[in-house]
Every structure is written in structure tokens, then in C-alpha cells.
Design a protein around this ligand. Structure first.
Ligand SMILES: [Zn+2]
Length: 267
């Protein structure tokens, strides 16, 4: 999708997010990676009902503004950490949709999986990321989950989903909200019934066969913590080294850093 079409899609989903009641005030944010180191995103301090294609801005992978009259939103580092960890992800959606945020606000895990189709679409694991202060602590808390799934609830916040394109990321946010709504409706009836383990296993295999699985899906996030931390430190070290470089050298160093980081996370 070219930049003009991406801008139109971002505005359409921004307005839809507001129309559905998934955000209030300046909540929620959307971004799309349209090229290596080029991300189009919504501006801060805007109702999602009012965003136009001209209000969107372009940032690089480090969050530096490349184009646009407004400022990026404060949760942009969460989006950037997704893009850094997931080369095939091209879109990130963050909403405060009420049912998903109800789980986030209570810090409770969603009792997923309880619907077979949702396992194929989202995998068997939708974690709730721990409550932290915004900014770097939030990125740190999210990092262990980035390669294990495509949707997370965030304690004290809403839902964050990602995908190979904006529509997929959006549909994942929609499905998480739907699951949270059903789980809450089922609560006074005795709660949802978890799917049998054997069924979940078969569904997860079907998901993997369809090429839908996240890169490290199924691995416990704790086991990924060390690699994720090493990747973070490597990136931070390179970033500070990059400050002394400029132009083509900086670009080449950044590319090498991303490749090295990817290898570290895998290894
Ligand atoms: Zn938020």
C-alpha cells in the first residue's frame, strides 16, 4: 500500500475507532510501517474522530519525526518496539475498547481460549502485560511478549494488536474486544468453559500450518526475557554510538544493528 492509501486507511480506522466508542478524549493510536524506517502514525492530542490525512505524521524507527506538523503520541515507543522485534509486522493498533480495557484495568488475564476460532486467529495466548509507568518501563514490560503473540492486554491501559497489514491488526483488536465482552457476559453465568487441551493443540497446529503463528509463539516469555534484554542493550548501545555518525554511515550502522538484534533475539 502506498503512503496516500495508507493515510486514508489510517484515517478511516481512526474514525471507526471513535465511532465504536473504543476511545475517549485523545486515547488510542494507530501506525503503519510503509518502508524500512518509515512509519506513518496518528498525532497526539487529537480526538480520533477529527484526524485527517494531513494531520498524520511520519517517523523513523527511532521515533524521530520525518514529516508532519504535529507531535507523535506518547505511546509511540510501544509501536516502535513492535516494529523492531517483528520485521514482518506493518501495522500496530492501540485502543481503549471498554471490554478489553476492563480486563486491563483490573489486571486480570482474559480466560482465553474458550472459542475455537479465536485460537486460529489469535493463538492460544493473549497475555496481560504488567502495570508500569508510561514510557521506557512500559516498553520493557511489553518486550518479552512481542514475538510470542499478536495481541496483548495492558494493565491500566487497553489493548495492543499488530499484524502484517492494518486490516489484520484492526481485526485482531476487534476480536480481542469481542472475546473480552463474551467473557464478561459469561461471568455471571458461571464463566466461560476453557477449551480442552487436545483441541487447543490441534487448533494451534492448524494456525501454524496456515502461517499465522507469531515467530516465537508457544515459547514461555520468561525464556525469551534474556534474549530480549540483550537485544535491548545492543540496540541502546548502537543508538548511542550512532550519535557520532551521520548520513550513509549512520543508515548502514542502523541496518547492521537491526540485523544483529534480530539474530540475538532468535539465538
Ligand atoms: Zn493507551
Amino acid at each position: 500500500m502506498n503512503e496516500a492509501a495508507t493515510r486514508r486507511a489510517l484515517v478511516r480506522y481512526s474514525h471507526l475507532m471513535h465511532a465504536l466508542g473504543w476511545v475517549a478524549n485523545h486515547d488510542g493510536n494507530l501506525s503503519c510501517r510503509i518502508a524500512d524506517d518509515r512509519i506513518v502514525c496518528t498525532p497526539t492530542a487529537f480526538s480520533k474522530a477529527d484526524v485527517t490525512t494531513d494531520d498524520l505524521l511520519v517517523v523513523d524507527g527511532a521515533g524521530q519525526k520525518l514529516a508532519g506538523a504535529h507531535r507523535p503520541f506518547g505511546e509511540l515507543p510501544l509501536h516502535l518496539s513492535v516494529y523492531a522485534a517483528r520485521p514482518k509486522v506493518s501495522a500496530v493498533v492501540h485502543t481503549h475498547s471498554p471490554y478489553a480495557t476492563a480486563f486491563g484495568a483490573t489486571g486480570r488475564p482474559l480466560p482465553h481460549p474458550f472459542l475455537p476460532e479465536a485460537v486460529v486467529s489469535l493463538g492460544a495466548y493473549i497475555p496481560t502485560v504488567a502495570l508500569t509507568a508510561p514510557g521506557a518501563p512500559a516498553v520493557h514490560a511489553l518486550r518479552p511478549f512481542l514475538r510470542t503473540c499478536d495481541a496483548v492486554l495492558i494493565a491500566g491501559n487497553g489493548v495492543l494488536t499488530f499484524g502484517p497489514d492494518l486490516e489484520t491488526a484492526w481485526l485482531r483488536a476487534e476480536l480481542v474486544e469481542h472475546l473480552c465482552k463474551i467473557a464478561l457476559l459469561a461471568a455471571p453465568l458461571g464463566g466461560v468453559t476453557p477449551l480442552p487441551e487436545e483441541m487447543v493443540k490441534t487448533l494451534v497446529e492448524r494456525r501454524a500450518a496456515a502461517g499465522l503463528a507469531a515467530p516465537d509463539e508457544g515459547k514461555p516469555p520468561e525464556a525469551l526475557g534474556v534474549a530480549a534484554e540483550r537485544e535491548h542493550l545492543a540496540t541502546a548501545a548502537t543508538r548511542s554510538a550512532l550519535k557520532g555518525l551521520s548520513g550513509a554511515d549512520a543508515k548502514r550502522a542502523a541496518k547492521l544493528s537491526r540485523e544483529a538484534s534480530a539474530r540475538l533475539v532468535k539465538g
